[in-house]
Design a protein around this ligand. Structure first.
Ligand SMILES: NC(=O)C1=CN([C@@H]2O[C@H](COP(=O)(O)OP(=O)(O)OC[C@H]3O[C@@H](n4cnc5c(N)ncnc54)[C@H](O)[C@@H]3O)[C@@H](O)[C@H]2O)C=CC1
Ligand SMILES: O=c1[nH]c(=O)c2[nH+]cn([C@@H]3O[C@H](COP(=O)(O)O)[C@@H](O)[C@H]3O)c2[nH]1
Ligand SMILES: [K+]
Length: 537
């Protein structure tokens, strides 16, 4: 107020009337386009997911109508835009199988000897829904007492009995709960010492099928015979797989599975480095059937990686190559021009990363994703937003900024399909280990050579080692993430990832930056206490 007695004119209440029917799009535009936010020449800041919020659009479709189909690489499409990180506490074959069944893809880590990594890839390629390809087998000489112990650690009750107790050997019989329950505990000292050969159902009395049968046949035989387990054998009687009725019930259908269109095998990727020895690794992975390789490095714009991308594309032109990591347009352009089929974006922003602290290099993730995606789109190359994703909302933001898919470590760590055993913390929480691939622990296990095979004397960690809480199975967790993602896209008014990204290009997708107070407001606040349950299914 100016003037005396507070009587000056308030110009903001100018009486000029506006006809609301004549309002233009520009009059109604709220917030800012991504190019206004990230292209601003005055702010000089990098932003990340939490700095931003997406403004809602108009909804004219149901949440179930939202399509999440997107791209992992130029030639590999995904129905679920989520990828599990190549880390030794995140992705081996079990995880890669579960991710592919749920419509995403897993990248098998490279902290393994070549043959082991290739065998992990082969396990994914050989996976057939409902067929247990590596059932736990027992030898005929095992006692009931020993079997009791095994049952309590593995959590299932039926075992094929093979000549040497290994998979692939001659099938002698099957021992299930019914057989062991018959062993009377009249004299536990002696009865539990009975050998399985005496109580098992011998092969001659078993219902079996020959290899080559499909799941429908197996299911049919299980139903007609009213059995719980069906061994699949070669004509020579060697065990090749086991089908369990409980699995068939569970495995009804995975309509989103990431599969080869013709042979129906699940798709899988594997990580490699850029050392000369990694060329042999690529050959072994290709022989095992890998569909894509991910060159695993924090700074991808190196002459080593350029050479590797070119070598792969000239020797294995059909193999998809994901190069990275990059966070700038120049890094991206260099790798794309070497032939990369996708780029991995993110430096120092992962939950376990200390690269920005140690090396002073990296970039805030939303700025990295937006800028690299914008450049890569001009070449038709998809990008993966790698790291820093801790909620379904972060995936919505990554896709809104142009990513083809989100690559996640910590978000998926702690699920039952990840490598490693669960253990309990002092306060009774069920935990699993999760560690950076540049942590001292991980480097000691496998990547030593990568750093210090020769001259280096000091190991400089670029990551930490920690724990995460049990998240249950990927088969429940991914559906929770995708449902959250669909709600987010519906709120924005985008029915598909393609539409979301066209809206981004055309500036129809509107964002605002959030102040520190706005970020607080967007979280839970003002309660004495609360419990966070992520989903109910
Ligand atoms: N995304 C991120 O921000 C980060 C990720 N990480 C992860 O940690 C692991 C290790 O990453 P990096 O340390 O970047 O591994 P890297 O293998 O790219 O680099 C390790 C060291 O070896 C050198 N080197 C690489 N290839 C070479 C070759 N062909 N000949 C000679 N020297 C070569 C590099 O220059 C570097 O000094 C990866 O799993 C990576 O994803 C590590 C740090 C940051
Ligand atoms: O600076 C780093 N030091 C490390 O030791 C390390 N290990 C993994 N990564 C990268 O982090 C991503 C996973 O991040 P999130 O847990 O946030 O999903 C992964 O996908 C990697 O890009 C590392 N970065
Ligand atoms: K970090």
């Amino acid at each position: 107020m100016t003037g005396t007695n507070g009587a000056s004119k308030d110009r903001s209440r100018s009486p000029k009337k506006v006809d609301p029917t004549k309002l233009t799009e520009a009059d109604l535009a709220d917030g800012f386009s991504a190019s206004e936010i990230f292209g601003s020449k005055t702010t000089m800041s990098g932003y990340t997911y939490d700095d931003l919020i997406c403004l809602p659009g108009h909804i004219n479709f149901g949440v179930h109508d939202v399509l999440l189909g997107s791209r992992f690489t130029k030639k590999i499409a995904l129905k679920t835009p989520i990828v599990s990180s190549p880390m030794d506490t995140v992705t081996e074959s079990n995880m890669a199988i579960a991710m592919a069944l749920e419509g995403g893809i897993g990248v098998i880590h490279t902290n393994l000897p070549v043959e082991t990594q290739a065998a992990e890839v082969a396990r994914v390629k050989k996976y057939k829904a409902g067929f247990i390809l590596e059932p736990r087998c027992v030898p005929p000489t095992m006692t009931v007492e020993e079997l009791d112990k095994l049952k309590s650690t593995v959590g299932f009750t039926g075992f094929p009995v093979t000549e040497n107790g290994q998979m692939g050997a001659k099938l002698l019989g099957l021992v299930t709960k019914r057989d062991t329950d018959f062993v009377q505990d009249v004299n536990p000292m002696t009865d539990r010492k009975t050998r399985l050969s005496e109580i098992m159902t011998p092969t001659a009395n078993l219902v079996t099928l020959f290899e080559g049968c499909d799941l429908l046949e197996a299911n049919d035989v299980l139903q007609k015979s009213k059995k719980g387990k069906l061994p699949i054998v070669t004509r020579g009687g060697l065990l090749v797989a086991l089908v369990a009725r409980t699995d068939i019930k569970k495995n009804v259908d995975f309509p989103n599975a990431t599969k080869h269109p013709l042979n129906k095998e699940l798709l899988v990727a594997a990580a490699i480095g850029t050392r000369p020895a990694d060329r042999d690794r690529v050959k072994a992975l290709v022989a095992a059937g890998v569909d894509a390789v991910v060159i695993d490095s924090s700074q991808g714009d190196s002459v080593f990686q350029h050479e590797m991308v070119k070598w792969i594309k000239s020797n294995f032109p059909d193999l998809q190559v994901v190069a990275g990591n990059v966070v700038t347009k120049k890094q991206a352009k260099n790798l794309i021009e070497c032939g990369a089929d996708a780029l991995r974006v993110g430096m120092g922003i992962g939950s376990i990363c200390t690269t920005q602290e140690v090396c002073a290099c990296g970039r805030a993730q939303a700025s990295a994703v937006y800028n690299v995606a914008k450049l890569a789109r001009q070449y038709g190359v998809p990008i993966l937003a790698d790291g820093g994703i801790s909620s379904p909302g972060h995936i919505v933001k990554a896709l809104s900024l142009g990513a083809g898919a989100a690559m996640c470590g910590s978000l998926l760590a702690g699920t039952s399909e990840t490598p490693g055993e669960y253990f309990y913390s002092e306060d009774g929480k069920r935990l699993k280990r999760y560690r950076g691939m540049g942590s001292i622990d991980a480097m000691k296990k496998g990547s030593d050579d990568r750093y210090f095979g020769t001259a280096a004397v000091i190991k400089v960690a670029q990551g930490v080692s920690g724990t995460v809480q049990d998240k249950g199975s990927i088969h429940k967790y991914i559906p929770y993430l995708t449902q959250g993602l669909k709600h987010g896209m519906q709120d924005i008014g985008a029915q598909s990832v393609d539409q979301l990204q066209s809206m981004l290009q055309e500036g129809q997708l509107r964002f605002e930056l959030r102040s520190a107070a706005a970020q607080r407001e967007g979280g839970v606040h003002g309660l004495h206490s609360f419990e966070r349950k992520l989903f109910d299914s």
